[in-house]
Design a protein around this ligand. Structure first.
Ligand SMILES: NC(=O)c1ccc[n+]([C@@H]2O[C@H](COP(=O)([O-])OP(=O)(O)OC[C@H]3O[C@@H](n4cnc5c(N)ncnc54)[C@H](OP(=O)(O)O)[C@@H]3O)[C@@H](O)[C@H]2O)c1
Length: 365
């Protein structure tokens, strides 16, 4: 299949590059796009993670192990980024047609939750109009749009059980509202779609809670972190792996790749699994618990490496959200029920602490 990844330089987009390098037995052709260039830091981290993965399991590369496998796979990490602004419908349609795109994986969004409160138009453009552009473009060629949404579509109601996909969206702020509009526009556009609602995303790349806390824990003597918001951290690598499972399922159901590439036929027909799905890691915690676990696990990694500099003696204290002035009210409870994605695609969901250990090992070793 020809797979267009948008927002490829963000957290999830970077993990999709690793999927393409390490988990692409079908030989899919990925085209990575973003509005800006890839940074040297991101490029270096991609190289490091691929090397590490291959050193641990050279058989990931077509069954070729050791140095041979490493050399072969290192050469396939695609760090090229084609410029694509997804707010430009004509440009989106052009690339979809020219590259005979079968699937778009949309990792681009306006993700600054606080800033969205004073930038409604831009947030709506990126989170609602741009996904509609992608949906319209992929509908024209009968392809699939995989789009990422958020737990922040919930929150106004005082939930205390995990949110299901069919629950009414009740966003508390502009970010959640515009992401909900994005979902609605995709569903109205008439394309095949998989909308994945995720939560509390973090990774080795970009700006995220895990990397911010790692830095603060190493440099501050005390930190107050809110304990009255519950959710589930999600390692972007796990979400990317779940997307890879969905792509394989789509290819096997539609058999689109080969026919489409032969140039004759565009993909038509339905995808029986089109719909909205929740995906986060397993478990529940508060931001305070998340921080304490980052501190504990990073301390253990540092101890193993006997790296005194990494030891963190910062005192982490629980506090109320009200102690942190913010332009937006965040959901108090946005735990996602993942039964549907597990039953439909057979996707296994790692426990959040296990995934955190993997990410911190990658960051600190
Ligand atoms: N982060 C979270 O905690 C979280 C939680 C739940 C759901 N999500 C959702 O998960 C998805 C991935 O999030 P993420 O954290 O990986 O996002 P991210 O790191 O902020 O990456 C988004 C990427 O989109 C790019 N972009 C911005 N405007 C664009 C445009 N007009 N055209 C093309 N690309 C554009 C950004 O480029 P620049 O950075 O150069 O602007 C960035 O590279 C998003 O849909 C987000 O809403 C995230």
């Amino acid at each position: 299949m020809n797979i267009l990844v948008t927002g490829a330089n963000g957290q999830l987009g970077s993990e999709m590059r690793l999927v393409a390098a390490l988990d692409n037995a079908a030989g899919d052709n990925y085209i990575f796009t973003d509005i800006n260039d890839i940074t040297p830091e991101q490029e270096a981290m991609l190289g490091k993670l691929v090397e590490r993965e291959l050193a641990e399991d050279g058989s990931n590369c077509d069954g070729v192990s050791g140095n041979e496998g490493k050399a072969k796979c290192s050469a396939t990490v695609d760090v090229a980024t084609r410029k694509l602004d997804i707010t430009n419908l004509l440009e989106v349609k052009r690339i979809v047609a020219e590259e005979k795109i079968d699937v778009i994986v949309n990792c681009a969004a306006y993700t600054n939750v606080d800033a969205a409160e004073s930038n409604y138009e831009l947030a709506e453009l990126l989170n609602a109009k741009a996904p509609e552009n992608l949906a319209m473009a992929i509908a024209e060629v009968g392809g699939l749009l995989v789009h990422i949404s958020t737990d922040y579509v919930f929150g106004k109601e005082p939930y205390n059980i995990p949110c299901r996909e069919d629950q009414k969206g009740t966003p508390t702020g502009v970010y959640g509202l515009t992401k909900l509009h994005g979902e609605q526009k995709i569903m109205a556009a008439g394309c095949k779609y998989v909308i994945l609602r995720t939560a509390w995303l973090y990774s080795e790349f970009g700006k995220n809670f895990c990397r911010t806390m790692l830095n603060l824990l190493a440099t501050k003597t005390a930190l107050n972190v809110v304990f009255d918001q519950a959710g589930t951290p999600t390692y972007a690598a796990d979400l990317a792996a779940a997307i890879a499972v969905i792509l394989k399922d789509y290819a096997s159901e539609t058999c689109c790749g080969s026919e489409y590439k032969k140039g004759g036929k565009s993909m038509t027909g339905n995808y029986s699994k089109s719909g909205i799905y929740n995906y986060s890691n397993e478990g529940v915690c508060s931001w305070f618990d998340f921080t304490k676990m980052i501190q504990r696990v990073s301390g253990e990694i540092a101890e193993k490496a006997d790296n005194g500099k990494q030891r963190m003696n910062c005192k982490v204290r629980p506090c109320h959200s009200s102690e942190f002035p913010s332009p937006v009210v965040r959901p108090a409870y946005s735990v996602l029920d993942k039964t549907k994605i597990k039953e439909t695609f057979g996707i296994g969901v790692p426990y959040w602490v296990d995934s955190l250990e993997k990410c911190l090992t990658n960051l600190l070793r």
